[in-house]
Design a protein. Structure first.
Length: 257
Protein backbone atom coordinates (compact mmCIF):
# COMPACT_ATOMS: atom_id res chain seq x y z
CA UNK A 1 0.00 0.00 0.00
CA UNK A 2 1.17 3.61 -0.42
CA UNK A 3 2.48 5.08 2.80
CA UNK A 4 0.07 7.58 4.32
CA UNK A 5 1.76 10.75 5.49
CA UNK A 6 0.64 13.46 7.84
CA UNK A 7 0.72 17.26 7.56
CA UNK A 8 0.40 19.31 10.73
CA UNK A 9 -1.58 22.52 10.96
CA UNK A 10 -4.66 21.51 8.96
CA UNK A 11 -7.91 23.10 10.18
CA UNK A 12 -11.06 21.03 9.77
CA UNK A 13 -14.57 22.27 9.07
CA UNK A 14 -16.07 21.29 12.42
CA UNK A 15 -18.47 18.51 13.41
CA UNK A 16 -20.46 16.51 10.89
CA UNK A 17 -24.25 16.72 11.00
CA UNK A 18 -25.19 13.12 10.22
CA UNK A 19 -26.73 11.34 7.26
CA UNK A 20 -25.62 8.68 4.81
CA UNK A 21 -21.84 8.18 4.60
CA UNK A 22 -20.29 9.37 1.34
CA UNK A 23 -17.02 10.15 -0.41
CA UNK A 24 -16.43 13.04 -2.81
CA UNK A 25 -13.63 12.89 -5.39
CA UNK A 26 -12.05 16.14 -6.60
CA UNK A 27 -9.31 16.96 -9.10
CA UNK A 28 -6.88 19.59 -7.83
CA UNK A 29 -5.86 20.92 -11.25
CA UNK A 30 -2.21 19.93 -10.74
CA UNK A 31 0.08 17.64 -12.73
CA UNK A 32 0.59 14.31 -10.91
CA UNK A 33 3.82 13.78 -12.85
CA UNK A 34 5.49 16.73 -11.18
CA UNK A 35 3.43 17.60 -8.07
CA UNK A 36 3.57 15.30 -5.07
CA UNK A 37 0.64 14.62 -2.78
CA UNK A 38 2.63 16.11 0.09
CA UNK A 39 3.29 19.42 -1.65
CA UNK A 40 -0.35 19.66 -2.76
CA UNK A 41 -1.47 18.90 0.81
CA UNK A 42 0.81 21.58 2.21
CA UNK A 43 -0.69 24.07 -0.24
CA UNK A 44 -4.24 23.16 0.79
CA UNK A 45 -3.31 23.64 4.44
CA UNK A 46 -1.86 27.07 3.66
CA UNK A 47 -5.11 28.03 1.91
CA UNK A 48 -7.31 26.72 4.75
CA UNK A 49 -8.88 24.19 2.37
CA UNK A 50 -8.09 20.92 4.12
CA UNK A 51 -9.63 17.75 2.75
CA UNK A 52 -9.35 14.31 4.30
CA UNK A 53 -6.98 12.67 1.80
CA UNK A 54 -4.66 13.99 -0.89
CA UNK A 55 -3.65 11.29 -3.36
CA UNK A 56 -1.20 11.18 -6.26
CA UNK A 57 -2.50 8.38 -8.52
CA UNK A 58 0.77 7.98 -10.44
CA UNK A 59 3.13 7.63 -7.49
CA UNK A 60 0.58 6.17 -5.06
CA UNK A 61 1.43 8.75 -2.38
CA UNK A 62 -1.35 9.44 0.15
CA UNK A 63 -1.49 12.20 2.75
CA UNK A 64 -4.25 12.50 5.34
CA UNK A 65 -4.94 16.02 6.62
CA UNK A 66 -7.85 15.71 9.05
CA UNK A 67 -9.66 12.89 10.91
CA UNK A 68 -12.44 11.21 8.99
CA UNK A 69 -14.96 12.05 11.75
CA UNK A 70 -14.53 15.81 11.20
CA UNK A 71 -15.82 17.87 8.28
CA UNK A 72 -13.48 18.83 5.46
CA UNK A 73 -13.18 22.30 3.92
CA UNK A 74 -12.44 21.58 0.25
CA UNK A 75 -15.93 21.81 -1.29
CA UNK A 76 -17.21 25.13 -2.64
CA UNK A 77 -13.94 26.78 -3.66
CA UNK A 78 -13.08 28.19 -7.11
CA UNK A 79 -12.86 25.51 -9.78
CA UNK A 80 -10.67 25.21 -12.84
CA UNK A 81 -7.38 27.09 -13.30
CA UNK A 82 -7.82 29.05 -10.06
CA UNK A 83 -8.48 25.97 -7.96
CA UNK A 84 -5.13 26.14 -6.18
CA UNK A 85 -5.17 29.92 -5.89
CA UNK A 86 -5.01 31.70 -2.50
CA UNK A 87 -8.47 33.23 -3.00
CA UNK A 88 -10.69 32.72 0.02
CA UNK A 89 -14.47 32.60 -0.30
CA UNK A 90 -16.62 35.18 1.43
CA UNK A 91 -20.32 35.82 1.72
CA UNK A 92 -20.29 37.84 -1.48
CA UNK A 93 -18.54 35.31 -3.69
CA UNK A 94 -20.59 32.38 -2.46
CA UNK A 95 -23.97 34.04 -2.39
CA UNK A 96 -24.79 33.53 -6.08
CA UNK A 97 -24.73 29.88 -7.18
CA UNK A 98 -24.86 28.43 -3.70
CA UNK A 99 -28.19 29.83 -2.61
CA UNK A 100 -30.16 27.14 -4.43
CA UNK A 101 -30.05 24.97 -1.31
CA UNK A 102 -31.16 25.80 2.20
CA UNK A 103 -28.36 26.98 4.48
CA UNK A 104 -25.94 26.82 1.57
CA UNK A 105 -23.04 28.30 3.53
CA UNK A 106 -21.99 28.74 7.11
CA UNK A 107 -19.40 30.85 8.90
CA UNK A 108 -16.67 29.18 10.91
CA UNK A 109 -14.91 30.57 13.95
CA UNK A 110 -12.58 32.70 11.83
CA UNK A 111 -15.47 34.40 10.08
CA UNK A 112 -14.89 32.60 6.79
CA UNK A 113 -17.84 31.20 4.90
CA UNK A 114 -17.63 27.54 3.88
CA UNK A 115 -20.09 25.39 1.94
CA UNK A 116 -22.65 23.69 4.15
CA UNK A 117 -22.31 20.46 2.17
CA UNK A 118 -18.89 20.00 3.75
CA UNK A 119 -20.66 19.01 6.98
CA UNK A 120 -23.41 16.78 5.53
CA UNK A 121 -23.26 13.06 6.31
CA UNK A 122 -21.99 11.15 9.31
CA UNK A 123 -19.00 10.57 7.04
CA UNK A 124 -18.24 12.93 4.14
CA UNK A 125 -14.75 11.99 3.00
CA UNK A 126 -13.18 14.50 0.62
CA UNK A 127 -10.45 13.01 -1.56
CA UNK A 128 -8.41 15.58 -3.48
CA UNK A 129 -6.57 13.92 -6.34
CA UNK A 130 -3.44 15.45 -7.86
CA UNK A 131 -4.81 15.43 -11.40
CA UNK A 132 -6.51 17.54 -14.06
CA UNK A 133 -10.25 17.31 -14.71
CA UNK A 134 -9.62 17.18 -18.47
CA UNK A 135 -7.43 14.09 -17.95
CA UNK A 136 -9.59 11.85 -15.71
CA UNK A 137 -7.39 10.19 -13.13
CA UNK A 138 -8.94 6.78 -13.88
CA UNK A 139 -6.84 6.90 -17.09
CA UNK A 140 -3.70 7.01 -14.92
CA UNK A 141 -2.08 4.07 -13.08
CA UNK A 142 -4.16 4.76 -9.91
CA UNK A 143 -1.59 3.21 -7.61
CA UNK A 144 -3.09 2.55 -4.19
CA UNK A 145 -6.71 3.27 -5.09
CA UNK A 146 -7.98 -0.16 -3.94
CA UNK A 147 -6.54 0.49 -0.49
CA UNK A 148 -8.28 3.86 -0.30
CA UNK A 149 -11.62 2.36 -1.30
CA UNK A 150 -11.12 -0.50 1.17
CA UNK A 151 -10.59 2.14 3.87
CA UNK A 152 -13.84 3.82 2.83
CA UNK A 153 -15.55 0.41 3.01
CA UNK A 154 -14.50 0.16 6.64
CA UNK A 155 -16.45 3.38 7.30
CA UNK A 156 -19.56 2.07 5.50
CA UNK A 157 -19.21 4.20 2.36
CA UNK A 158 -21.14 2.15 -0.18
CA UNK A 159 -19.41 1.24 -3.46
CA UNK A 160 -22.05 2.88 -5.63
CA UNK A 161 -22.35 6.08 -7.67
CA UNK A 162 -25.98 7.22 -7.24
CA UNK A 163 -25.51 10.10 -9.71
CA UNK A 164 -23.71 7.95 -12.29
CA UNK A 165 -20.53 8.90 -14.11
CA UNK A 166 -19.40 12.52 -13.57
CA UNK A 167 -19.66 14.69 -16.68
CA UNK A 168 -16.62 15.29 -18.89
CA UNK A 169 -14.76 18.53 -18.25
CA UNK A 170 -15.91 21.31 -18.72
CA UNK A 171 -19.52 20.11 -18.92
CA UNK A 172 -19.76 19.47 -15.18
CA UNK A 173 -21.34 22.89 -14.58
CA UNK A 174 -24.50 21.62 -16.29
CA UNK A 175 -24.77 18.48 -14.14
CA UNK A 176 -28.02 17.85 -12.29
CA UNK A 177 -27.04 17.98 -8.62
CA UNK A 178 -29.92 16.01 -7.16
CA UNK A 179 -30.28 16.10 -3.38
CA UNK A 180 -32.27 12.87 -3.43
CA UNK A 181 -29.26 11.10 -4.93
CA UNK A 182 -26.89 12.90 -2.55
CA UNK A 183 -28.97 11.67 0.40
CA UNK A 184 -28.35 8.04 -0.61
CA UNK A 185 -24.65 8.29 0.18
CA UNK A 186 -21.91 6.46 -1.71
CA UNK A 187 -19.39 7.98 -4.11
CA UNK A 188 -19.72 11.31 -5.93
CA UNK A 189 -17.66 13.59 -8.11
CA UNK A 190 -17.41 17.21 -6.99
CA UNK A 191 -19.53 18.21 -10.00
CA UNK A 192 -22.41 16.14 -8.55
CA UNK A 193 -22.51 17.83 -5.13
CA UNK A 194 -25.70 19.85 -4.49
CA UNK A 195 -25.59 23.66 -4.29
CA UNK A 196 -22.10 23.97 -5.80
CA UNK A 197 -20.73 24.78 -9.26
CA UNK A 198 -17.63 22.57 -9.43
CA UNK A 199 -16.90 21.11 -12.87
CA UNK A 200 -14.39 18.35 -11.95
CA UNK A 201 -13.17 15.67 -11.57
CA UNK A 202 -14.08 14.84 -15.19
CA UNK A 203 -15.45 11.69 -16.80
CA UNK A 204 -14.14 9.08 -14.38
CA UNK A 205 -14.53 5.38 -15.04
CA UNK A 206 -16.58 4.90 -11.89
CA UNK A 207 -16.75 1.11 -12.18
CA UNK A 208 -12.98 0.88 -12.43
CA UNK A 209 -12.54 3.14 -9.41
CA UNK A 210 -14.69 1.12 -7.00
CA UNK A 211 -14.43 -2.35 -8.52
CA UNK A 212 -13.13 -4.94 -6.11
CA UNK A 213 -9.84 -6.60 -7.07
CA UNK A 214 -9.97 -10.21 -8.19
CA UNK A 215 -9.85 -12.87 -5.50
CA UNK A 216 -6.40 -13.91 -6.61
CA UNK A 217 -5.07 -10.44 -5.93
CA UNK A 218 -6.73 -10.39 -2.51
CA UNK A 219 -5.28 -13.81 -1.71
CA UNK A 220 -1.82 -12.62 -2.75
CA UNK A 221 -2.16 -9.68 -0.35
CA UNK A 222 -3.10 -12.01 2.52
CA UNK A 223 -0.18 -14.33 1.80
CA UNK A 224 2.17 -11.36 1.61
CA UNK A 225 0.84 -10.11 4.94
CA UNK A 226 1.43 -13.50 6.59
CA UNK A 227 4.94 -13.64 5.18
CA UNK A 228 5.82 -10.13 6.29
CA UNK A 229 4.46 -10.56 9.79
CA UNK A 230 1.94 -8.62 11.87
CA UNK A 231 3.92 -5.41 11.68
CA UNK A 232 3.43 -5.21 7.91
CA UNK A 233 -0.08 -6.68 7.68
CA UNK A 234 -1.79 -3.31 7.32
CA UNK A 235 0.50 -2.48 4.42
CA UNK A 236 -0.45 -5.66 2.60
CA UNK A 237 -4.19 -5.52 3.28
CA UNK A 238 -5.15 -1.88 2.96
CA UNK A 239 -5.19 1.60 4.47
CA UNK A 240 -6.61 0.39 7.78
CA UNK A 241 -4.62 2.65 10.07
CA UNK A 242 -4.80 6.05 8.41
CA UNK A 243 -6.47 7.58 11.44
CA UNK A 244 -3.55 6.48 13.65
CA UNK A 245 -1.64 9.43 12.17
CA UNK A 246 -3.68 11.75 14.38
CA UNK A 247 -3.42 12.54 18.05
CA UNK A 248 -7.19 12.14 18.44
CA UNK A 249 -8.45 8.57 18.77
CA UNK A 250 -11.06 7.86 16.08
CA UNK A 251 -12.91 5.37 18.28
CA UNK A 252 -13.20 7.94 21.06
CA UNK A 253 -14.53 10.51 18.61
CA UNK A 254 -17.08 7.98 17.38
CA UNK A 255 -18.33 7.29 20.91
CA UNK A 256 -18.50 11.00 21.64
CA UNK A 257 -20.57 11.55 18.47
Amino acid sequence: MPEAGRIRGAIDGGPLKGGAPRAVWQALGADPRSVSARSAAQRLVQLGRACHLVWNPIHGEVVQLIPILRAGRSLGWPDGPNQMSPLRPDAGTLAGPMQRGAAASTANGAGEVIAEVNTEGRICVQICVVAFAWEPFTLLPMRGHHQIVDWLDSWDVSRRWPAGQPAPFPLGHATCRDRRLWAKGGHFGASQVPDLTDTGPGALDVELLVRRPRRAAARTARVAGDALGDGMLATASGVRKLDDFFDEDAAALSRAG
